[in-house]
Structures are given as structure tokens and as C-alpha cells.
Design a protein around this ligand. Structure first.
Ligand SMILES: Cc1cc2nc3c(=O)[nH]c(=O)nc-3n(C[C@H](O)[C@H](O)[C@H](O)COP(=O)(O)OP(=O)(O)OC[C@H]3O[C@@H](n4cnc5c(N)ncnc54)[C@H](O)[C@@H]3O)c2cc1C
Length: 190
């Protein structure tokens, strides 16, 4: 059964992108957490969508992790699949006076790109030790700024496996909250 699931996973992502019994303490800021049965390091939207689809079909629990800076993982670890966005899904593109970022891009890296492009607005997030996905989900903020102030739109994978682009005004961004977790969306890009 376990071998069968692994084989199915390895038809979606390369074997190097599947870490088995991977200690989550390596992937959380507080350096705690037992092993994830499978930690997947996706490179494309299709891989993310297909891994989640497989998990749904096989009734395997799945979780999304950005940089693990807002997560405490139990010593017994995680059964099922953890999809980690940080490592391979982190492209940042400057487009005129806007920036398009994949969910795994780190806030510090985005701030550096904004600085290099002489763009202002993202300074507040430079020291928040997470990814864009994590920042969007909880409307991260610091020094009087928050994601709500600068976010234009977000591309998500919805629970039906559909990719949708949602304007920031529809995300109900409040104090460290948004509709993303409630709706079961996976942030792909912002
Ligand atoms: C030292 C320290 C300082 C901090 N300072 C601040 C601060 O000043 N301001 C602030 O707002 N926060 C702060 N935080 C909290 C934390 O950094 C933020 O909440 C950050 O936005 C979390 O991002 P992450 O990528 O690490 O998310 P993770 O911890 O990996 O995940 C957090 C939650 O978001 C979900 N998630 C992550 N990525 C996605 C995605 N792509 N799609 C759907 N769900 C996703 C996860 O499933 C999980 O439920 C701080 C934390 C630490 C440890």
C-alpha cells in the first residue's frame, strides 16, 4: 500500500522531490517536529495540483508548509503528505511597478528584489521570516504595514482543483486572517 502510493507520487514529481520520513524539525523555525511521512518539494503548479488530487483520491491527509515560521509540529510527526513551497516554488518577477511572486518566495528575497527595482511598499515585510504564501494566508504585518496594503491579487488552487485568480479585496484580509484557510485554498502566486 505504502509502496503503491510512493509509486503514484513518483509519477507526478521526481524521486529527488520526495523525502520520506523527513524530520519536520529541519523545516520549522523553532526546529521542532517529528518526521513527515512524505515531504514533497514541488516545482510547478501542475505538480502541486496533481499531488493534492492524488491525496484526495487516496484519502491521504495533506498539508501545505511555507517556511514553517508559524508552525509547531508534534514530536510524533505528520502522517500523510506535507507539500513544502519554499524550496522549489519561489520565483520572483518584477513587472513594471508590480511584483509577481510564487508562494514559496521568501519575504526577505522579495524585499531585496523590490529594493533592487527601486519599488517601495514591501519594506515592512522584509524581516518577517516566512514565505509569500504564509504572509498572504494570515495577512502578515509589521511596523504599521500589512499585506492588505500592497496586495493586488492572488492565484489559488481551490478545493475542486481549479486555479482561480482572486482580487485582494475579496480575500477578507483582516488582523492576521483571510478567507484562504477557511475556503481551503492553496496560494500559488501573488
Ligand atoms: C521570529 C519570528 C518573528 C515573526 N514576526 C512576525 C511579524 O512581525 N509579523 C507577522 O505577521 N508574523 C510574524 N511571524 C509569524 C510568521 O513569520 C508569519 O506568520 C509568516 O507569514 C508565516 O509564513 P510561513 O511561510 O513561515 O508559513 P508557515 O509557518 O509555513 O505556515 C503557516 C500557515 O500558513 C499555511 N500556508 C503557508 N503557505 C501556504 C500556501 N502557499 N497556501 C496555503 N496555505 C499556506 C500553512 O498551511 C500554515 O497553516 C514571526 C515569526 C517568527 C518565528
Amino acid at each position: 500500500m505504502k509502496q503503491e502510493f510512493y509509486e503514484k507520487l513518483s509519477k507526478i514529481v521526481r524521486k529527488e522531490q520526495i523525502l520520506e520520513e523527513e524530520p519536520m524539525k529541519k523545516h520549522t523555525t523553532f526546529r521542532i517536529g517529528g518526521p513527515a511521512e512524505y515531504l514533497i518539494l514541488p516545482q510547478t503548479t501542475e505538480e502541486i495540483a496533481d499531488v493534492i488530487k492524488l491525496c484526495r483520491q487516496e484519502e491521504i491527509p495533506w498539508y501545505i508548509v511555507g517556511n514553517g515560521s508559524n508552525l509547531l509540529v508534534a514530536d510524533e510527526g505528520v502522517r500523510g503528505v506535507v507539500i513544502q513551497m519554499l524550496r522549489n516554488f519561489n520565483q520572483i518577477q518584477v513587472e513594471g511597478c508590480q511584483i509577481r511572486m510564487q508562494a514559496g518566495a521568501q519575504n526577505a528575497a522579495v524585499a531585496k528584489r523590490a529594493l533592487d527595482a527601486s519599488l517601495t511598499g514591501f519594506e515592512f515585510a522584509a524581516g518577517i521570516p516566512g514565505t509569500i504564501g504564509g504572509a498572504v494566508v494570515m495577512n502578515a504585518g509589521a511596523y504599521g504595514g500589512e499585506m492588505k496594503d500592497i496586495l493586488k491579487e492572488v492565484t489559488v488552487l481551490d478545493p475542486n482543483g481549479m486555479i482561480r485568480t482572486i482580487p485582494a479585496e475579496e480575500l477578507e484580509l483582516g488582523y492576521r486572517t483571510s478567507i484562504i484557510a477557511r475556503k481551503g485554498y492553496v496560494v500559488l502566486e501573488a
